[in-house]
Ligand binder design. Structure first.
Ligand code: KG4
Ligand code: ZN
Length: 417
């Protein structure tokens, strides 16, 4: 096979189908040329969560179009923004038939998430990436989804502007990964050199937000809704627990907090009902027990206060362990990645702690998170970026021979260390 394996790999097309977003991106070195996320949330919302079979079917029907859309957007962005780089894509004419194949031919390598994630969903992306690598005779790079979240703060926009400068001394860094499936604290000594030093013993922080939303009768995915309502509530209104506070290690737990919220809601609903019966004698004999149960008797004010109290406890739980890590380790920076980075309260509390800590200790720890919100959530730009940043340093991850490409398989419970 006549692969261009001697050529420097700069232009990468990345694919992520680890959960319920079909995403394809094109990156040039650290620059994001395009990052298309085709969200399936509307389809899964009806079921209150991600349905694996549905996710697989949707990935299969969307993936080819999303690949073309990522290429089209990369070319259009290059033509419109005119960054001073030569990627090989800028002179492609997207009005000419066959532009898609010509573009794919100019890609240096394909990158794909091979874990962790939903097995049958991952499979769709892995299959597509293998097919492209074999057809266009290009290398294939398998990427750990969590490494993508971890390195997402390194992304630059198409003009080369981002959060981390070339001269910044990032490592050793404390990686804080907060998503719907994971909550991990990672010792990052260099690209590809990771050690998980703390993690959740049960639910992930994003999962806890989603469950809290369900308990409060709000929609899915719940993190965004809970955090919006929390802004209007009083975080001191209810006293919810921050488990593992004194555990001595860097692990966290979120299932106790969820249960505490559930009991609090039950109490409040029960009390409301009693008061209603006593004062208004509003017992309705025609109402079936099921209907009675489904009634949401919480007031808007209570829901906002519960959201704020829950959010505060969820943030404090991870913040306590971040504080502990920073005080016991030697870090130049904190790298924040994952969907829960969207939570302003979490970001602000981490930044505020580090500001005070730097002042007190005369240190200069930086807090980095991605330059765009689109890079917080699941997306493929972080995958091709990780392929560029990390796996290129570790060349054993670049699959070149046909047999190697064919052998890449999904690993649903892949770990960082
Ligand atoms: O990283 P991500 O997009 O997907 C996974 O890899 O899991 O994270 C999604 C998670 C969901 O659980 C969602 O509820 C949560 O991130 N999330 C938030 C916020 N926005 C999204 N959690 C708290 N506050 C937010 N503003
Ligand atoms: Zn993710």
């Amino acid at each position: 096979m006549n692969r261009k394996n001697s050529k420097q790999i700069n232009l990468i097309l990345g694919i992520d189908t680890s959960c319920d977003d079909t995403s394809v991106a094109v990156t040039y070195k650290r620059r994001v040329l395009s990052n298309v996320v085709s969200s399936q949330i509307e389809m899964h919302r009806n079921w209150g969560g991600t349905v694996p079979g549905l996710a697989k079917r949707e990935h299969e029907s969307r993936i080819a179009n999303v690949v073309n859309e990522a290429l089209r957007q990369a070319i259009t962005n290059l033509k419109n923004k005119k960054p001073k780089i030569t990627t090989g894509l800028e002179d492609i004419d997207i009005t000419k038939p066959g532009w898609e194949e010509e573009s794919l031919n100019r890609i240096d390598a394909f990158a794909v998430t091979f874990g962790p994630g939903l097995s049958i969903a991952l499979e769709v992306g892995v299959r597509k990436a293998k097919e492209l690598a074999l057809k266009f005779q290009k290398p294939l790079i398998g990427v750990n989804h969590m490494e993508g979240h971890l390195l997402s703060p390194f992304a630059l926009n198409i003009m080369g502007v981002g959060k981390i400068e070339k001269t910044d001394q990032v490592f050793p860094a404390l990686g804080v990964l907060v998503s719907g499936g994971h909550t991990e604290l990672v010792q990052v000594n260099n690209f590809g050199e990771y050690q998980i030093i703390g993690e959740t013993l049960d639910d992930a922080i994003g999962e806890a937000f989603d469950k809290a939303a369900r308990i409060l009768g709000l929609g899915y995915p719940g993190g965004k809704i809970v955090s919006e309502l929390a802004k209007q509530g009083d975080k001191k209104a209810y006293n919810l627990p921050t488990p593992m506070l004194k555990s001595g290690d860097l692990n966290v737990s979120y299932s106790g907090l969820k249960t505490a919220l559930l009991y609090k809601v039950r109490d409040l609903k029960g009390e409301e009902r009693r008061q209603e019966r006593e004062t208004k004698q509003s017992w309705e004999p025609g109402l079936q027990p099921e209907e009675k149960k489904q009634e949401n008797l919480l007031t808007r004010e209570q829901i906002c206060d519960l959201s704020a109290s829950f959010e505060e406890a969820a943030v404090q739980t991870i913040l306590n362990k971040i504080k502990k890590s920073v005080k016991t380790g030697e870090y130049n920076s904190i790298l924040l990645g994952g969907g829960v980075v969207n939570n302003t309260n979490l970001r602000h509390q981490i930044q505020s702690f580090i500001r005070k800590y730097n002042k007190k200790t005369n240190k200069n720890i930086n807090v980095y998170f991605p330059y765009s919100k689109k890079l917080f959530q699941d997306n493929a730009a972080m995958i091709s970026l990780a392929a560029y940043m990390s796996n290129l340093k570790h060349k054993e991850n670049i699959l070149v021979k046909e047999k190697e490409v064919e052998s890449l398989d999904r690993v649903p419970n892949l770990r960082l260390s």
